[in-house]
Design a protein around this ligand. Structure first.
Ligand code: NDP
Length: 328
């Protein structure tokens, strides 16, 4: 059998962590032939709760789970990590200014970037889930100069999955009939779900919908504000669907995307589609042999251009703010 893959998960005692860890242990993150060793990171006050989750994981008797270690020190947690899921973050609380939020997260993602740089395995792949995910990924990347920049990614897969589900519902088709969905920009309310390049049973999705009013006033805001809709209904933020998207993101990155389709990932821009180089922005990507490439040559109409530009402008502002704070 193969050597276990080391998977480090931060914020392991949180609600996304609770939904995520069991799926990792059951083999859904990497594949049914790959044993995993979990390395959980928590803040000292939450270590006990993480230990409780570890007891439950043990009780799952998962054949692919080779071990669980729990840490409150990032240096130890990222030692030998092949995959890092950065879920724990400082949420925005009432009355908190954006600058305070970015600063608090700098205090988390800077040391984690340093720890990844110092001790992670050479093939480390990083997914940032904790918000503001794109900018948190930018901070971690800035403190890991020895790790190839493209290994730092941010999650927009939940937005991608939400967009597919809403489009399928509108057209009365199955989600598997929809291909080539794209989320552009920031994982925030400015994100842009693009159906102009998507396909439904091989037909252009925007043409199949042919309803500009729905696109502008229902689809785009619904996808962008779905998180708030969930909180309203559930009384708590989305957790299982976020964990599911994190699983999808890493699974495709490691095992590839299906032929004739692509997925959305927040990745360091190479300047494609006019997005400033180095910003971590969501793009359509295809994955193959453990790496990804931004899909090139898509047509961006005027409607899409304005929305992509607005979301990218927000990312530039966030980058400028963390630059001022000395975090990147
Ligand atoms: P959750 O597990 O619900 O969420 C964790 C993070 O994921 C939040 O930043 C949240 O952002 C983000 N997120 C991204 N996408 C989504 C989505 N679609 N839906 C919901 N959340 C999303 O938070 P909990 O408070 O339950 O748990 C956080 C845990 O992290 C705690 O146990 C805490 O102790 C730990 N922590 C660990 C750190 C570390 O390991 N160093 C550092 C900081 C915290 P948003 O808030 O915007 O929803």
């Amino acid at each position: 059998t193969q050597a276990p893959v080391n998977v480090t998960v931060t914020g392991a005692a949180g609600q996304i962590g609770y939904a995520l860890l069991f799926r990792i242990a059951s083999g859904q993150l990497l594949g049914q032939d790959k044993p995993v060793r979990l390395r959980l990171l928590e803040i000292p006050q939450a270590v006990k709760a993480a230990e409780g989750t570890a007891l439950e994981l043990e009780d799952g008797a998962f054949p692919l789970l080779a071990g669980i270690d729990i840490f409150d020190d990032p240096k130890q947690a990222f030692e030998g990590a092949n995959i890092a899921l950065l879920v724990g973050a400082r949420p925005r609380t009432k009355g908190m200014e954006r600058g305070d939020l970015l600063e608090a997260n700098g205090g988390i993602f800077k040391p984690q970037g340093e720890a990844i740089n110092a001790g992670a395995a050479d093939d480390i792949k990083v997914l940032v889930v904790g918000n503001p995910a794109n900018t948190n990924a930018l901070i971690a990347k800035a403190h890991a100069p020895d790790v190839p920049a493209e290994r730092f990614t941010a999650m927009t897969r939940l937005d991608h999955n939400r967009a597919i589900a809403q489009l399928a519902k509108k057209l009365g088709v199955s989600v598997s009939d929809i291909k080539k969905m794209t989320i552009w920009g920031n994982h925030s309310a400015t994100q842009y779900p693009d159906i102009f390049n998507a396909e439904v049973k091989g037909q252009n999705a925007a043409e199949a919908v042919n309803d500009r009013e729905w696109l502008e006033n229902e689809f785009i805001p619904r996808v962008a504000k779905r998180g708030a809709e969930i909180i309203e209904a559930r009384g708590a933020s989305s957790a299982a669907s976020a964990a599911n998207a994190a699983i999808d993101h890493i699974y495709n990155w490691v095992n590839g995307t299906p032929e004739g389709d692509w997925v959305s990932m927040g990745v360091p821009s190479d300047g494609s589609y006019g997005v400033p180089e180095g910003l971590i922005s969501s793009f359509p990507v295809v994955c193959k042999n453990g790496s990804y490439e931004i899909v090139q040559g898509l047509e961006i109409n005027e409607f899409s251009r304005a929305r992509i530009d607005a979301s990218v402008a927000e990312l530039v502002e966030e980058r400028d703010a963390v630059t001022k704070l000395g975090l990147v």
